[in-house]
Design a protein around this ligand. Structure first.
Ligand code: SAM
Ligand code: SF4
Length: 471
């Protein structure tokens, strides 16, 4: 019903504009009973169908939305608990041959200062990140012949091999241009986590308008970019839409069709879904005033609907968003956030007065990693730097957390506590360390006795100096 796989721009794809509009139209006046029924389905951990998602998106009053928010919070608590995984973005280069209207890096932007890190500069960036306590990165590149699969692999290899004291980066995710299957194979060899490609907008006419030239102007090449990644053996892929380019309800529907397409073709849906909103960027008028700007209320709604629609997937929220919004949507089902982020090329290791001119956009949350961790702990989250599954060859860990009974208790909670304890011992400020140790104790008290003693053993090893303890 949904799949019409052709990688040619002229053919129909799995995103059918008329069908999405029809479903949004047909389900535009949902009654309370229907909404309750759909929420029940989601709470029983089933992925929703497009008509059900359209129904939730069209909830028509405060009461219905409150029910949806409540269900999203319940699902998150029930399935995933209170862990939040932390990562940092690392911009490797901002040269770009595309002309995406909303992006500070686009080729026609004369106000941006172009820069690609040398390998030595890259090492300095990695050391700066490791010195703060980071273990997980997402590396970001413009689209440029310089950023070939060989170059991407080389940079990731350098990252994995840059150590500092007790610390190192243990998982590198990638946000770069879509590749050929052979290109992905090369990148896979160095050991990446998730490969992310955001479709930006699933609305074809808007896509064409926003991407007037360069390889990215080919909608289908990008839409099937993650299919090629899967065909190359990369199991963990991340999809996303850039909110503000077109109607937010349409984009959520697009993300759902993309999810279903991956499930149908590969038997596994996306590892993560991202939902950035457009932020201001130097020399970029559209980013100041996006054509379909999403307000905070609708933003919360779209996160809640995504959580419920694809209960098994990780949801990523970035520091594009201001602190207050971050706090609110965390409760609705977000599983990963970046922290202590800097998005100028080279800006972790050097203080650069021109950093904004080397940045893709401007961040809403500029707290340090330690400040974010302190806040998370105060709000009873367990910050986690866990990379255990990836390193034990357990791909699709987010799906396993969801699907395998007892998985979170057996692996995720202990590993979150181990990585938090490492952070507290090696990098935390005094007050974060104090609070963190207290919270670890509180978490231990929630765990069954048999399990608890094994975790205490691991925590003690870390206190004695052992690192990278994991289940
Ligand atoms: N160049 C590659 C690409 O376009 O896929 C990968 C990196 S691109 C720098 C990463 C993502 O940043 C894009 O997919 C887009 O969604 C997002 N982005 C671009 N401009 C933005 C802006 N002004 N505000 C927020 N996010 C933006
Ligand atoms: Fe280049 Fe990516 Fe920015 Fe588009 S979004 S201009 S492809 S860096």
């Amino acid at each position: 019903m949904y799949v019409f796989v052709k990688e040619n721009e002229q053919e129909r794809t799995f995103v059918n504009e008329e069908e999405i509009n029809r479903l949004l139209e047909e389900n535009s006046d949902p009654d309370d009973f229907k909404i309750k029924e759909i929420l029940q389905k989601s709470l029983s951990k089933q992925r929703l169908e497009p008509d059900e998602v359209a129904t939730l998106l069209n909830a028509k009053n405060k009461e219905q939305w409150e029910e949806i928010f409540h269900a999203a919070r319940t699902l998150k608590e029930k399935v995933y608990g209170n862990r939040i995984v932390l990562f940092a973005p690392l911009y490797i280069g901002n040269e770009c041959v595309n002309d995406c209207e909303y992006c500070g890096f686009r080729i026609s932007n004369k106000d941006v200062i172009r820069k690609t890190l040398s390998l030595d500069e890259l090492r300095n960036e990695v050391k700066a990140l490791v010195s703060k306590g980071h273990k997980r990165l997402i590396v970001v590149y413009g689209e440029h012949p310089k950023y070939s699969p060989e170059f991407i692999s080389k940079t990731i290899d350098v990252i994995y091999n840059t150590k500092l004291g007790n610390g190192e980066i243990r998982r590198v995710n990638v946000n770069a241009a879509p590749q050929t299957i052979d290109g992905y194979k090369l990148i896979k060899e160095v050991g990446i986590g998730t490969y992310q490609i955001f479709q930006e907008t699933y609305h074809y006419p808007t896509y064409k308008k926003m991407h007037p030239r360069g390889p990215k102007s080919n909608f289908a090449w990008r839409l099937y970019g993650l299919d090629r990644a899967m065909l190359a053996g990369i199991d963990d892929v991340g999809i996303g839409a850039l909110f503000g380019l077109y109607n937010w309800k349409f984009e959520v529907m697009g993300l759902i069709y993309h999810t279903i397409h991956l499930e149908e073709r590969f038997g596994v849906g996306p590892h993560t879904i991202s939902f950035p909103r457009i932020e201001p960027a130097v020399g970029t008028p559209i980013a100041e005033r996006p054509p379909y700007q999403v307000n905070d209320e609708d933003f919360k709604r779209l996160v809640a609907v995504l959580r419920l629609a694809v209960p098994y997937t990780g949801l990523i929220l970035t520091a594009r968003e201001p602190i207050q919004i971050r706090k609110e949507v965390l409760k609705l089902g977000v599983s990963q956030i970046d922290a202590g982020s800097s998005i100028g090329v080279g800006s972790y290791s050097e203080t650069d007065p021109e950093v904004v001119k080397k940045s893709q956009f401007i961040l809403g949350d500029t707290r340090t990693l330690d400040e974010v961790i302190y806040e998370l702990l105060r709000e009873n989250y367990i910050p986690s730097f866990c990379t255990a599954c990836y390193r034990a060859g357990r791909t699709g860990e987010h799906f396993m957390e969801f699907a395998i009974p007892g998985f979170v208790k057996r692996f995720c909670t202990p590993n979150a506590l181990f990585t938090l304890n490492e952070y507290l011992n090696d990098y935390a400020s005094k007050q974060t360390k104090l609070l963190g140790k207290e919270k670890i104790q509180i978490e231990l008290n929630k765990i069954s006795e048999n399990q608890r003693s094994k975790i205490i053993e691991g925590l003690e090893k870390i206190d004695k100096g052992e690192r990278d303890v994991r289940f």
